[in-house]
Design a protein around this ligand. Sequence first.
Ligand SMILES: Nc1ncnc2c1ncn2[C@@H]1O[C@H](COP(=O)(O)OP(=O)(O)OP(=O)(O)O)[C@@H](O)[C@H]1O
Ligand SMILES: [Mg+2]
Length: 304
Amino acid sequence: MGAEEQNRDQAEKLRSLVNIGNQPAEKPPVSRVITVTSGKGGVGKSNTAINLAIQFSKRGKKVIILDADLGLANIEVMFGTVPKHSLYDVIKNGMDIKDVITPGPLDIGFISGGSGIADMANLSRAELETIVNNLSKLDAMSDVVIIDTGAGISDTVMEFLLSSSEIVLVTTPEPASITDSYSLLKALCRNKHYHPGNSAIRFIGNKVKNEKEGKELFAKLNAVVKRYLEMDINYLGSVPFDNRLEKAVMQQKPVSIGDPEAKSTLAYEMLAASLLGDEVEVRHESRGITALFARMVRFGKRGE
Ligand SMILES: Nc1ncnc2c1ncn2[C@@H]1O[C@H](COP(=O)(O)OP(=O)(O)OP(=O)(O)O)[C@@H](O)[C@H]1O
Ligand SMILES: [Mg+2]
C-alpha cells in the first residue's frame, strides 16, 4: 500500500469511528415539515397552505405541498391542475415519487395523498420500504414540506398531528370554528402518544376584521386550553377577511400570485417571514417527512 493509499485508508477509518460516535460527518438533507390543520372544515387551511408555500418559495425555498385530505380536491382546485397520480401509486403501483409530483407555480410541487394516506398503518414491510425510500428522495429535494390535512378529528388527522413537529392551527371567528379547534386540541392532548415537547402548535386567526380581532380570538382559545389542557399554543398571526382572496379562489389563482397588493397577501408575507425566522428545533433523526411518516406508522397501529 502506497503512502497516499495508507492515508486514505486511515481517513476512512477515522470517519467510520466518528460515525460510531453518533456524529455522522455528513447528514443527509431533510426538509422542514409544517402541518396545517383546523377543527372545522372550510376555514382556510388550503389557502393557508398554498399561500405560505408561495411566500416560502419567493424567499428561495423549494416547497412541496402534500394534500393529505381525502375529501374534496383542495390544492388542485387552486392550482387549476388535477394530478393524475398520488402517493397511492407510489405505495401500490411502484411509481417513483418524483413522477407523482404535479408542478405548480413558482416551482412548487404538489402531491396528492390519495387513498395511500389512510392506509399507512396497514402497509406490508415491502410497501413500507418503498414509501420510506421515496420519502427520503422528497426530503433530499425540498426545503419545506407543507401538509394540508383534512378538518376534524379523524384517525388520519390525529396521526398526522401526533407525528408533526410543527402544527399550524387555522381558526376563524365563527363560534363553531373556535369550539372545533378546542375539541381538536383536546383530542390531541388526551391521546396517549401525545407529548407536549414533541410539537409546536401555532395559531393563525383567519377571516378576521383586523389583527386585534385575531389576537382576541387567540386569547379566547388559549384561555380554555390553559385551563383544561396540558399544552401550549402560540399566536403566529392573522389573515383578514379579504374579498380579493375570494375572487382569487374563483379564478383558481392563489391570491399571493394573482394579487400581490391584496391585504391577505401581505398577511401571508408576514406569516411566512415569522415562520422562517422561528423554526422549531427538531433533532436531526426526527426531522423531515420520512421521519414523520415513520412515526405515523407507529402511532397508526390502531389500539396499540
Ligand atoms: N382570509 C380570507 N378571506 C376571505 N375568504 C376566505 C379567506 N380564507 C378563506 N376564505 C374562503 O373560504 C373558502 C374556504 O377556504 P379553504 O378552501 O382554504 O378552506 P379549507 O379549510 O381548506 O376547507 P376544507 O376543509 O373544505 O378543505 C375559500 O374558498 C375562500 O373563499
Ligand atoms: Mg382544504
